[in-house]
Ligand binder design. Structure first.
Ligand code: ZN
Length: 555
């Protein structure tokens, strides 16, 4: 088990945030009266990990990566809201009832808005800007689009993953991340270069050096390729990746970091599934013309334990797994890498999924839920992100699904990955590649899993994605509501309904149909009363874990 060394403890003390002594006294910021209940939704869990197999060089590199992660955290706080740095001083100065919980919740939410409650404010009354910290707070969708109509030459820089939009007099301008976040990025680059000097792993050194360069060039392509080539016991992600935080357009990438240690035995056991990707692409329930056999042949799978996370991924609900990079050019050249966070998965399964199953499933079905089914579904959800349409042609124009589906892309893509994940398990079980009992318990484990995500609310991509799935499965008769209000999967109808939904979602993506996405969301994206009643009954089950990393000076 991981025990913090003296070095790490000293480092944590140096880096711990201290309130600015010159900060003005806090105005009376109102705290939501139910702040204690909100904070209690997140159960602190210490995430230890085995690191005894790391070399001395990698241990030194680890300490420098913690510094880089702290810089990333600072950048993301601004991306979430440019007002955060100033507001943090007010939060630190809060006093009286609820102050401690409010501080914790502000840290967890990375801002004064509740990510579990449609971004409603829990501190003060200011509404959240839809474009987070990426756009002027008063910018509307109409104004942005009108600007691009009038200035088509700005389209590329304005829709770039790596720029923010600002006002310059009466003009709108795009400013690259390397300029907006120059100071923390320079610190992160310095720490990465120091980590590169410390590690004795050549692939890790190359990634660190190239990624440090990318922080000043905004060109992440070469370092994304190097990340795909990592062959190291340390698995490190650091940079701008997901676009969920940009709820205005979904164009802008948020900074995040994962510092993880690989579990080679588990990864080896799972790697054999990668050989099945061509078969799974060929088996997609859509016409052959929309299949994408060249999307990338190399899709390594890794199982790791988290030592520390920062930035986007640290905010709100903790991720169980990720599939990166998102750059379609890299994915076509090298595929994508699936990283499963095993210590997070186990913590959540025990703390959350089992208690949820006891509430939402009929009593006699609860024991059908299994950790193996849970683990395999997450694995195949991640594999499914690399299946199906990515770069597409719409009306003769080369584009990407992400750009065409705009703010609906994340929800559609997450729902696709969920259902295609289950469908893949069925297809591989038929082929004898998956143990029958893992597939047999899938409908119950999957159904409990829907409720785990639905609780996050439909403003969040995964939440909207699962509500859509639940409503679709209910309409197809693959789920039924029992007399006492539980959700019972009907295993005979389940596979066919999953296949139909996979088809519908994949076709929206294949055609780049924003209208099709809109129709699916408006038809299936609203929580039904039966589902809401069960979600309401989950109040006593923690929503998530609040990770405590012995490595961190962050928490
Ligand atoms: Zn996903």
């Amino acid at each position: 088990m991981w025990r913090p060394t003296a070095l790490v403890v000293a480092l944590a003390m140096i880096s711990a945030c201290t309130p600015d002594p010159g900060a003005p006294p806090a105005p009376s910021t109102t705290i939501a009266p139910d702040i204690a209940a909100r904070r209690a939704q997140f159960v602190p869990k210490v995430l230890d990990a085995e690191v005894s197999h790391l070399s001395a060089g990698d241990r030194l590199a680890l300490a420098r990566m913690v510094e880089a992660a702290e810089a990333v955290d600072e950048i993301f706080r601004r991306q979430a809201w440019e007002g955060n740095p100033a507001f943090a001083a007010e939060v630190a100065a809060l006093e009286g009832p609820g102050a401690a919980d409010a501080r914790d919740y502000y840290r967890i939410m990375v801002g004064p808005w509740d990510r579990l409650k449609a971004h409603e404010p829990f501190l003060g009354t200011r509404p959240r800007p839809q474009g987070a910290g990426y756009y002027p707070e008063d910018l509307t969708e109409e104004e942005f689009n009108a600007w691009l109509e009038a200035h088509p030459e700005d389209r590329e820089s304005f829709t770039s993953l790596h720029t923010v939009i600002r006002r310059d007099g009466d003009r709108l301008v795009a400013i690259p991340y390397s300029r907006v976040y120059a100071e923390p990025l320079a610190r992160a680059a310095e720490a990465l270069r120091a980590a590169a000097a410390a590690t004795d792993n050549a692939s890790l050194r190359r990634f660190f050096e190239l990624r440090a360069d990318a922080f000043s060039s905004d060109d992440y392509y070469e370092s994304d390729l190097a990340w795909m080539d990592l062959d190291s016991p340390l698995e490190v992600v650091i940079g701008p990746y997901e676009t969920y935080e940009d709820t205005l357009f979904g164009y802008k990438a948020a900074f995040e970091a994962f510092i993880c240690v690989a579990q080679p035995e588990d990864s080896a056991a799972l790697a054999r599934f990668k050989e099945q990707l061509p078969f799974l692409e060929q088996s997609l329930p859509i016409p052959d013309e929309h299949k994408n056999p060249n999307r990338g042949s190399e899709s390594p799978i890794r199982v790791v334990d988290e030592l520390l996370t920062a930035g986007d991924t640290r905010a709100g609900v903790q991720t169980l797994a990720f599939n990166l990079p998102n750059d379609e050019r890299v994915r076509e050249a090298k595929g994508s890498k699936k990283v499963l966070l095993k210590n997070i998965m186990r913590a959540k399964y025990e703390a959350i999924l089992e208690p949820i199953a006891a509430v939402v499933l009929p009593a006699e079905d609860v024991e059908r839920v299994s950790f193996d089914a849970y683990f395999d579904h997450i694995l195949f959800h991640e594999m499914a992100h690399g299946l199906g349409p990515g770069r597409i042609v719409v009306d003769g124009r080369a584009t990407e699904v992400r750009l065409e589906l705009k703010e609906l892309y994340s929800a559609i893509e997450e729902a696709k990955a969920d259902v295609l994940g289950v469908l893949s398990l069925y297809q591989l079980a038929e082929k004898g590649e998956i143990a029958p009992e893992v597939v047999a318990s899938q409908p119950w484990t999957f159904t409990a899993g829907l409720f785990r995500s639905a609780r996050f609310g439909t403003t969040e991509a995964h939440g909207l994605g699962v509500v859509l799935q639940a409503n679709y499965l209910l309409e197809k008769g693959a789920l039924e509501v029992t007399a006492d209000g539980r959700f019972r999967p009907l295993p005979d109808r389940f596979p066919e309904a999953i296949r139909d939904l996979a088809h519908d979602l994949l076709m929206v993506e294949a055609l780049g149909s924003y209208d099709g996405a809109k129709e699916l969301v408006s038809r299936f994206g609203t929580v039904r009363p039966e589902m809401q009643a069960l979600i309401d009954a989950l109040v006593t089950v923690p929503v998530d874990i609040d990770p405590v990393y012995p490595l961190a000076g962050l928490s």
